[in-house]
Write a protein that binds this ligand. Structure first.
Ligand code: ATP
Ligand code: MG
Length: 460
């Protein structure tokens, strides 16, 4: 097949994806040559049957031939050398459009204080039994036929149920992340949890923490849950399974915090509604999740929550640091939480200056802030976010002003020269004041106009 290497600078476009049956054909050829018994397993088979895209392909291989099959498949596909993960006993091969991962059939046993299993070669059935859910134990042979060796997968897929192949207490105890995976699959696929899963979660909930489960694995699932189609369902399941206190204590603290006036739900219920009402953008959904976490600490006897935006931003940042989100995302979410009330409080009386200040303060997060505010209003007792259409039109107008009125077009040097002052806080103060006057339309947004104003207003 001879694909060009990455060293060819003309090849910046993505190579066309290999069709699924082409990949299967190459797998079949490699397996036949080696006499290896191998199947596609897990999510790929599940999603194919559900009609959902799933480009990554997991292959399970009997009697320890995983690495050999990976090697031969890579050669036949003209791909690079397999990437071997000794620790997990897996080998990955990338072909256009697909990451193909090979694993030798294995059984695992776990010590109670760790999820690092002791791994030994095993039969295919043993391998399938240690998997998380019956719908993830389905196999597909390289001719495209589906097999259900444990005899539960197809029925559960049909009934849209997530069930563990073994006793859920055992399955969850061996790798507690599976509790979160259950909830994530429920949110992504719209499947029900088998009735024994929530009680098992409540029993095993304390194991879902470091060092048994790394923060990164938890956060990875949380991210998928948040951008799924059913984040509200997932948060309710996290609550019912007793997992929310451990993972999101700031959000859990909103349970039972009553609020009247603008609201139909307690703070927790309202939060879930807002999350469900936002588009599936991870920053917006995180901001929705944390937007009111400042309320429990600021609840006044009169039903107000003065300062909950500022307190909430701080709590959100701490939570996301604990969950090891990237610093850029932490800052963005904290900023959105801090500003979330501004568009909500919009009224037609706002001056253009106030609209410009909002645009300036939100900066590159303005779209996300407006999406959050829209959802916040829609999830209130007065679900009329239409006023935000008016605000959006005014924001669009001030953002397209030429020259821009969001900043005074002078710098610190200008201020020092005209005022005859040395560097220091006074320079910043004067510049800030000029910016406010430009924002309010008092000074025209040209350099000449701002310098003239500076010269004629020594008391600025
Ligand atoms: P997705 O790719 O959307 O996460 P998936 O089902 O393919 O869904 P992967 O994490 O890619 O999930 O794992 C592939 C397969 O490996 C799963 O279908 C399942 O059979 C098995 N598996 C993955 N993680 C676990 C786990 N923590 N415990 C048991 N089995 C697992
Ligand atoms: Mg997968």
């Amino acid at each position: 097949m001879g694909r060009m290497g990455a060293e060819d600078p003309s090849r910046t476009f993505p190579a066309e994806s290999l069709a699924d049956d082409e990949v299967r054909g190459l797998l079949k050829q490699a397996a036949t040559e080696l006499g290896a018994r191998a199947w596609i397993v897990g999510g790929y088979v599940r999603d194919r049957l559900l009609g959902r895209p799933h480009p990554d392909i997991d292959v399970v291989v009997e009697v320890g031939l995983g690495f050999d099959l990976a090697q031969r498949f890579a050669q036949l596909a003209g791909a690079g050398q397999p990437v071997i993960f000794e620790r997990f006993g897996t080998a990955q091969v990338t072909v256009p459009g697909h990451l193909v991962e090979f694993v030798s059939a294995r059984a695992e046993s776990y010590a109670s204080d760790s999820r690092k299993p002791e791994v030994r070669p095993a039969t295919l059935e043993d391998d399938l039994r240690r998997r998380d859910f019956t719908v993830n134990t389905l196999l597909m042979d390289f001719d495209g036929n589906v097999h259900d060796p444990l005899g539960r997968g197809l029925a559960d897929l049909d009934a849209r149920v997530l069930r563990t192949p073994a006793d859920p207490i055992q399955t969850f105890s061996d790798d507690p992340l599976r509790m979160l995976r259950a909830i994530r699959f429920a949110a992504q696929l719209g499947f029900d949890l088998a009735p024994e899963l929530l009680p098992a979660m409540r029993q095993m909930k304390d194991r879902l923490s470091s060092p048994v489960v790394s923060v990164e694995r938890v956060t990875d699932e949380l991210r998928k849950i948040l951008v799924s189609e059913r984040p509200r369902l997932a948060l309710e399941l996290l609550d019912q399974g007793g997992l929310i206190e451990g993972i999101l204590p700031e959000v859990a603290a909103c349970k039972g915090v009553k609020q009247g006036g603008y609201h139909t739900h307690d703070v927790f219920g309202h939060t879930l509604l807002v999350v469900a009402t936002t588009p599936p953008d991870v920053l917006v959904r995180l901001a929705a999740l944390f937007h009111d976490v400042g309320k429990p600490a600021t609840a006044g006897a009169d039903g107000t929550f003065v300062g909950h935006d500022v307190v909430g931003a701080d709590l959100a940042a701490k939570a996301l640091e604990r969950l090891r989100f990237p610093q850029k995302e932490i800052e963005a979410v904290a900023h959105l939480v801090r500003l979330h009330l501004r568009p909500v409080f919009y009224s037609s009386e706002w001056t253009d200056g106030a609209v410009r200040r909002l645009a300036r303060d939100a900066g590159p997060l303005l779209r996300q802030l407006m999406e959050l505010a829209r959802a916040d209003i829609a999830a209130s007792a007065y679900p009329h976010p239409e006023k935000l259409d008016e605000l959006q039109a005014r924001l669009d107008a001030v953002l397209s002003e030429q020259p821009s009125r969001l900043e005074a077009p002078v710098n610190g040097e200008d201020v020092m020269r005209v005022r005859g002052i040395a560097p220091g806080p006074e320079v910043g103060r004067v510049k800030q004041r000029l910016t406010e006057l430009v924002l309010d339309g008092v000074i025209e947004p040209t350099r000449d106009a701002v310098l003239a104003y500076l010269e004629t207003h020594p008391d600025l």
